[in-house]
Design a protein around this ligand. Structure first.
Ligand code: FAD
Ligand code: NAI
Length: 475
């Protein structure tokens, strides 16, 4: 195998593996280094997303939702389930199979695109504008060279000081995806994306879940109206979300963990849990990269410092994904990976941060793109709003899931769509229409005039667009 490459990508998560494939498509002799190991010590490319993030969490969200429907959702459809049982080992096994299918898929794509894969830790040895030497420490140690380096080393779960992850009682996302017995009482610190998704999984499977959140508002960065609706719906399901708490001492016993905290009124409590998930955000990962050795600049928060084009301070060294500024999302990492490969090829790769969608895969799902109403108010933008509830949508009624709404925000003068916010069934799929519309700088009138299939959830999107001009037809 050649040891001299045009492009070497360090990290095989969604940012890295996609960058490598795109670079290879563009004709570059490309390598990707990734250190993730499966349980047998073999390669498991795909990063956090594939191994302990997007993919396994969605597998468990799906399985647990099936279980919840079978427990009490099917009854209203006239389906009577007797002798329902939970085989958690099998459920976790299926999740692991889904992960492995994705790992194998990436290895197949590397072969198909002639990307050389190195299993091990990549670190800078030396280099300059003429090229870089990269050491790969895997089963064997070797050195490869690169004209261009793309760093895509991702992120790690942030720990709370004094409560390090042991993955037995105090769990990061890794442990939260592999609990072998449903905990009776599960504590979750942080009501962010992971807290709500993992809290939902284990509540559906029977745990009593208590979520402890420092901020006084629920999902502060989400449109207020949507966040309020989501809070109401998730609370009704039994997810106990405590806002405005201050976490004190966390102590582990043999089989339990206690969390001292004060609530929003300042009253002291001690929560006793079988397991505790800590999901308070993630930190960029530059461990073992030897960034300092080659003078690769980090910012004050530990992210690799990049400009708008993902260029670092070193010539021909680029960085993408969770290890650089911006939302920590797999699709953002992928877009940056593609854009960087295209820039290396002299093309004009671009990522539009204004149209990156967010999805929280609770039930109902929460999805949005663009500005929230509170952001528009703060920016002094004149806007019009239109909402449409799923309660008035025929397909939602047929599905038996009428919770939530679609909300459009459009410029008061030009009618350009500025933000779309959804809480409701299949919001993750519905949001794509809004992303496309915003990329093409469509107006709410454009969506309102497009024929949408009947009966479909997407009609709620059209109706919300009509509601911007106060002419919703079915509400
Ligand atoms: P990563 O996926 O973290 O990949 C980095 C890779 O680099 C890893 O394989 C790591 O082992 C490797 N690496 C690091 N340093 C080195 C080195 N020196 N040498 C060799 N290899 C190295 N995002 C979404 O968009 N949708 C979701 O539904 C979603 N769900 C999530 C659920 C959970 C529980 C978590 C934790 C995250 C979720 N995310 C989701 C976020 C998503 O996983 C990340 O945004 C995404 O993985 C970032 O991609 P990346 O390529 O930058 O880094
Ligand atoms: P997060 O940033 O989404 O949420 C963290 C929450 O913890 C915040 O609400 C914060 O106020 C709270 N918090 C912080 N410190 C605290 C403290 N000391 N006590 C109590 N609460 C505290 O981070 P999370 O959930 O860890 O997820 C990390 C990232 O992973 C997400 O921001 C997202 O980028 C990505 N992710 C994306 C998913 C998706 O796209 N569906 C799913 C899961 C993760």
């Amino acid at each position: 195998m050649s040891k001299n490459f045009d492009v070497v990508v360090i990290g095989g998560g969604p940012g890295g593996y996609i960058a490598a494939i795109r670079a290879a498509q563009l004709g570059f002799n490309t390598a990707c280094i990734d250190e993730w190991k499966n349980e047998k010590g073999g390669p498991a490319p795909g990063g956090t997303c594939t191994n302990v993030g997007c993919i396994p969490s969605k597998a468990l969200l799906q399985s647990s939702e099936h279980y919840e429907h079978a427990s009490h959702g099917f009854a209203e459809h006239g389906i009577e389930v007797k002798g329902l049982g939970l085989n958690l080992e099998k459920m976790l096994g299926r999740k692991n199979t889904v992960v492995k299918q994705n790992n194998d898929g990436i290895l197949y794509l590397f072969k198909k695109n002639k990307v050389a894969f190195f299993h091990g830790r990549g670190s800078f040895v030396k280099g300059d504008a003429n090229g870089y030497e990269i050491k790969v420490a895997g089963a064997a140690e070797e050195t490869i060279t690169a004209k261009h380096v793309i760093v895509a080393t991702g992120s790690n779960a942030r720990a709370l000081p004094g409560a390090e992850f042991d993955e037995k009682l105090i769990l990061s996302n890794t442990g939260a995806l592999s609990i072998s017995e449903v905990p009776k009482k599960l504590g979750v610190i942080g009501a962010g994306v992971i807290g709500l998704e993992m809290g939902s999984v284990w509540r559906r499977l029977g745990a009593e879940v208590t979520v402890l959140e420092a901020l006084p508002t629920f999902l502060g960065s989400v449109d207020e109206q949507i966040a309020k609706e989501a809070h109401k719906l998730l609370t009704k399901q039994g997810l106990a979300v405590n806002l405005g708490v201050k976490i004190g001492a966390i102590k582990t016993g043999k089989n339990s963990v206690s969390v001292e905290y004060t609530d929003a009124k300042g009253e002291a409590h001690t929560g006793e849990f079988d397991k505790l998930i800590i999901s308070i955000g993630r930190t960029p990962n530059t461990i073992g990269l030897n960034a300092e050795g080659v003078g690769l600049k980090l910012d004050e928060r530990g992210f690799i410092a990049v400009d708008g084009d993902c260029k670092t301070n070193l010539p021909n060294v680029w960085a993408v994904g969770d290890v650089v500024r911006g939302p920590m999302l797999a699709h953002k990492a992928e877009e940056e990976g593609v854009a960087v490969a295209e820039r290396i090829a002299g093309q004009h790769g671009h990522v539009n941060f204004n149209t990156i969608p967010w999805v929280i895969y609770t039930s109902p799902e929460i999805a949005w793109v663009g500005k929230t109403e509170q952001q528009l108010k703060a920016d002094g933008v004149q806007y019009k709003a239109g909402t449409f509830p799923f309660l008035a949508n025929g397909r939602a009624r047929a599905l038996g899931d009428t919770s939530g709404m679609v909300k459009f925000l459009a410029d008061a003068k030009t009618d350009e769509i500025l933000g779309v916010h959804i809480v409701g069934p299949m919001a993750s799929e519905l949001i794509s229409e809004a992303v496309v519309a915003m990329e093409f700088r469509a107006s709410s009138e454009d969506i309102a005039r497009i024929c949408h299939a009947h009966p479909s959830l997407s009609e709620a999107t059209k109706e919300a667009a009509l509601a911007v001009d106060k002419r919703a037809l079915n509400f």
